[in-house]
Design a protein around this ligand. Structure first.
Ligand code: ATP
Ligand code: MG
Length: 552
């Protein structure tokens, strides 16, 4: 192994800053808006921000960017905290932009007093028209030259609730001809008579993102404020406000948003899926949310490994969902307990075996510490219907008339006879076994190529199994030419109401992960009840998707 992973561009900047003595330690923050559940894109930002302060001295805050009272809820705050912790990270301080409303108000008054902010009575349409375009300069608002006293008086009255929503705004007084449109007298405060999830009805004016984010960073003395590329044009305003207010000089750095194929990573779109009941909720196992992935059986380790592998980039790009699946398969192969489950059963009878015995088998060949378990064996078994063929092609190593296979952890058997009903459907496969062929014993030179999983019929327990596929049928459902909902994959959920499992699975507990031998990785779903166990397929054993799309 190479001794050290190479640094990404943000790590290089930080290493440089530390070496130059600019900071003794760094402070980063993860700043979600509590208006939805976290998704894979957020996971990448979480791993980046928290990862930096694991690698370098310093700490990371969790800051809720809750400046928009209309969309934010405490339910989201709680889910975000749960998800960050589940991913394996712990923040130093839990902070809210709304904690700073008094300070932010004070900053606004400071700007007014310096002649750098004014109250504007223009309507939103008028303000938009004043902005100009990227190629034409803007025009000054008729209210731009109000006196400091008048601005102070009006802003106080805005705060006191004297004006209706939208009647006035507070704008920075910068330059309506500025080449950067965001510098053309941006709005700092708007009137909104709305209940806030934390401050209640205390405020009826709320700061805009640009007048809250950088200021909150400065208050917390965040050294490296990392956000996604769409904020590049905001950086100039971020710096301008910090300079004019003379507050702690936080710096903004940008990296590319992560998009994952066959899904959407936008809270607004995910909320639409939830509200329109296209999925069962934010934690539907098909959702790219952290809570959906958790319910699906993903491990925190696999999501961190995925974020580590995709790294960070400066240009937007699409990441293959197959990579996430690869990461979880790799992790589950190490930790998942092996169990035998038959999805589409056909009955197999051993005509020369009677009674029952308990056979010992490994829980996980990859992990000797996982130990062994006993599985019951009898003369009536279920095997998978498609593990038998009456007229097999060449090189078919599963069961066929006259052909031998090994039953996993049990005996070698041979098919002697097939019993069918009037419609020709196979009812029963009759076999005999080689008594000396028990797994681990001398098989007297007999070698068979196929090994089948099975369950003993009298001991079998029924399960419901839910199989998931891609939520969308195209790589980029947000391609603007059509409504993303039209690309929903109609076959993203298949429920198998009755499959049969070896009895050990009756003891499964929440979040315990299994490999159903030859079937994939599964986890117990929270919809399970006593006597009705439900398992979610996390991922198949192989990348079926890649091979299916190659065939097309
Ligand atoms: P959405 O569009 O889903 O609402 P957002 O960026 O508005 O995403 P925030 O809650 O504001 O969501 O984001 C919190 C942090 O997560 C921000 O720093 C943001 O840049 C980062 N983030 C959000 N989505 C992604 C993504 N797809 N890739 C990388 N980082 C992301
Ligand atoms: Mg946002």
């Amino acid at each position: 192994m190479s001794e050290e992973k190479s640094l990404n561009f943000i790590e290089e900047i930080i290493e440089g800053d530390l070496q130059a003595g600019k900071h003794a330690a760094i402070v980063t923050r993860f700043p979600p808006e509590p208006n939805g559940y976290l998704h894979l894109g957020h996971a990448s930002s979480i791993c980046l921000n928290f990862g930096l302060t694991q690698r370098f001295p310093g700490y990371t805050n969790l800051r809720f960017d809750d400046t928009n009272p209309a969309t934010e809820e405490t339910e989201y705050v709680n889910s975000i905290k749960e998800d960050v912790r589940w991913l394996g990270f712990e923040w130093k301080h839990e902070r809210y932009a709304s904690d700073y409303f008094d300070q932010l108000y004070g900053f606004a008054v400071q700007l007014i007093e310096k002649g750098l902010a004014y109250v504007d009575d223009s309507t939103p349409e008028e303000i938009a028209a004043q902005k100009g375009t990227p190629t034409t300069p803007g025009t000054d608002s008729p209210y731009r030259n109000r006196t400091i006293e008048e601005n102070f008086d009006l802003f106080t009255r805005m705060r006191n609730g004297e004006f209706p929503d939208g009647a006035r705004t507070l704008r920075a007084r910068i330059d309506m001809q500025h080449i950067n449109m965001l510098m053309r007298d941006p709005i700092l405060y708007r009137i909104k008579h709305a209940h806030h999830h934390r401050t209640g009805n205390k405020w009826c004016i709320y700061p805009m993102y640009d007048f809250a984010h950088g200021q909150s960073d400065a208050i917390e003395e965040v050294t490296h404020s990392i956000c996604t590329m769409e904020f590049v044009p905001h950086r100039e305003l971020y710096d301008w406000l910090i300079r004019q207010l003379g507050i702690y000089p936080s710096h903004q750095y940008e990296f590319a948003r992560r998009n994952i194929n066959y899904t959407v990573t936008s809270k607004r779109k995910l909320l639409q899926l939830v509200n329109e009941k296209r999925v069962s909720g934010w934690d539907d196992p098909r959702m790219p949310t952290i809570s959906g992935l958790r319910r699906r059986g993903y491990t925190p380790h696999s999501i961190r490994a995925f974020c580590e592998r995709i790294g960070i980039a400066k240009r937007d790009n699409m990441v293959d969902m197959g990579l996430l699946e690869f990461c979880v398969r790799e992790d589950l192969n190490q930790i998942a307990l092996r169990r035998m489950v038959v999805f589409d059963p056909v009955k197999l009878v051993l005509t020369d075996y009677s009674g029952e015995e308990w056979l010992s088998t490994e829980n996980n060949p990859e992990d000797p510490e996982a130990g062994h378990r006993q599985i019951p064996f009898s003369n009536t078994l279920y095997i998978e219907r498609d593990d038998f063929m009456e007229q097999p092609p060449k090189k078919y190593f599963r069961l066929a008339p006259g052909q031998m296979v090994r039953l996993k952890s049990a005996y070698i058997i041979r098919c002697d006879e097939v019993i069918k009903d009037a419609q020709g459907t196979i009812q029963e496969i009759r076999c005999s076994h080689l008594p000396n062929s028990k797994s681990g014993s001398d098989t007297s030179g007999i070698n068979v190529k196929g090994t089948l999983h099975w369950v003993s019929v009298p001991h079998a327990i029924p399960l419901e199994v839910r199989l998931y596929d891609r939520l969308f049928s195209v790589e980029d459902p947000t391609d603007e030419s059509a409504d993303f909902l039209q690309y929903l994959n109609k076959e993203s959920l298949t429920t198998l109401p009755k499959v049969y499992a070896e009895p050990a699975l009756a003891q499964a507990h929440a979040q315990e992960r299994f490999q159903f031998i030859r079937k994939g990785y599964f986890v117990l779903d929270r919809d399970s009840q006593d006597g009705k166990l439900i398992f979610n397929r996390t991922v198949g054993l192989k990348d079926n998707w890649a091979s299916a799309s190659q065939k097309k």
